[in-house]
Design a protein around this ligand. Structure first.
Ligand code: ATP
Length: 300
């Protein structure tokens, strides 16, 4: 299996409004993919379509080569942690671990107990009495105990403190390294994603805006700082994704497959955060796979 998730022209509508539209993407197996975008962009909708909680109104979604919703067996191979970690609040973690063992064919109860023990989360306290962050950790431990081939996480670290976020991300990386799982993780915390994700999906206004390998995307973008130049016509620095100007200075985030030769510009690498923020600031520009430079094409 080389592709964990594949969508083709996928769409979901609520009434007359599209929550997700013309969404065609793949997440290669074994990747840790970041799913980012502003509030209401369609991230949760995409994840719910992938686990069969929603049915498409257009197009198709394939998970591990199968169609979610039509294939109950698929659920045993996919872990999903929903945005609000909706666990049964009257049960203890021990109850949930036992229940998971009855509901799942391959279930590593010891892994879940060990993880929660290391995090000092009381196994015998009702989940409703745990903190939001502790509940998120219980939900992740249960999802990992399933030993899923694909793990889908909807803003799992939002309620965690900075140390716990780092630990959570490390646990994810551990699971990927150990079991070769694929992870698709939605989050607004770009700094956290930069450390662990090697694949990027940016959704904006229900559509895919940027898609691809993080290293390839970072290698193709540059930050240029130079004397103020408000008129960019005729400038040969690649595609300008974002421009900003002060009285004396112009800063550009550009996409180019060539070194910037003009000595007027100070050229530096971009971070994932620079790149995502630049694209989010201008919905009319995108970077999608296609027959363009380095397999990627700028859509304006
Ligand atoms: N049950 C629903 N009924 C009507 N509209 C909905 C429903 N669920 C989502 N939407 C709309 O679909 C769009 C996409 O929502 P979605 O929850 O997928 O966004 P998101 O990217 O996950 O946002 P956030 O970052 O705020 O969690 C939004 O405009 C939202 O208002």
């Amino acid at each position: 299996m080389t592709t964990a998730l594949e969508t083709t022209g996928l769409g979901k509508r609520y009434g007359r409004d599209w929550a997700l539209r013309d969404c065609s993407l793949t997440v290669p197996a074994g990747r840790v993919a970041a799913l980012v975008g502003p509030n209401g962009a369609g991230k949760t909708t995409l994840l719910h379509l992938a686990v069969g909680l929603l049915r498409p109104d257009a197009g198709t979604v394939r998970v591990l080569g199968r169609s979610p919703g039509d294939d109950p067996d698929l659920l045993s191979r996919v872990g999903f942690v929903a945005q609000d970690t909706p666990l049964y609040r009257d049960f203890t973690a021990t109850d949930l671990i036992t229940m998971g063992g009855r509901l799942n064919r391959s279930w590593d109860a010891e892994l879940a107990r060990e993880r929660l023990g290391q995090l000092r989360i009381p196994l015998d306290r009702r989940v409703g009495k745990l903190s939001g962050g502790q509940r998120a950790q219980v939900a992740l431990a249960l999802a990992l105990a399933k030993r899923p081939e694909l793990l889908l996480l909807d803003e799992p670290v939002a309620s965690l403190d900075p140390l716990a976020r780092r630990e959570f991300m490390q646990a994810l990386m551990g699971a990927v390294a150990e079991h070769g799982s694929t992870v698709l993780l939605s989050s607004h915390l770009l700094g956290d994603l930069e450390r662990v994700c090697d694949y990027l999906i940016v959704l904006q206004a229900a559509r895919v805006q940027v898609l691809g390998d993080v290293d390839a995307l970072l290698a193709e973008h540059r930050l240029l700082v130079g004397p103020r130049r408000a008129d960019l016509a005729g400038l040969d620095v690649g595609t300008v994704v974002r421009e900003s100007h002060t009285d004396r200075q112009t800063t550009l985030l550009v996409r180019t497959d060539r070194p910037v030769a003009d000595p007027a510009w100070t050229v530096s690498d971009v971070t994932l955060e620079d790149l995502v923020l630049a694209y989010l600031a201008d919905p009319s520009v995108g970077a999608l796979p296609g027959p363009g430079r380095n397999g990627l094409e700028v859509a304006r």
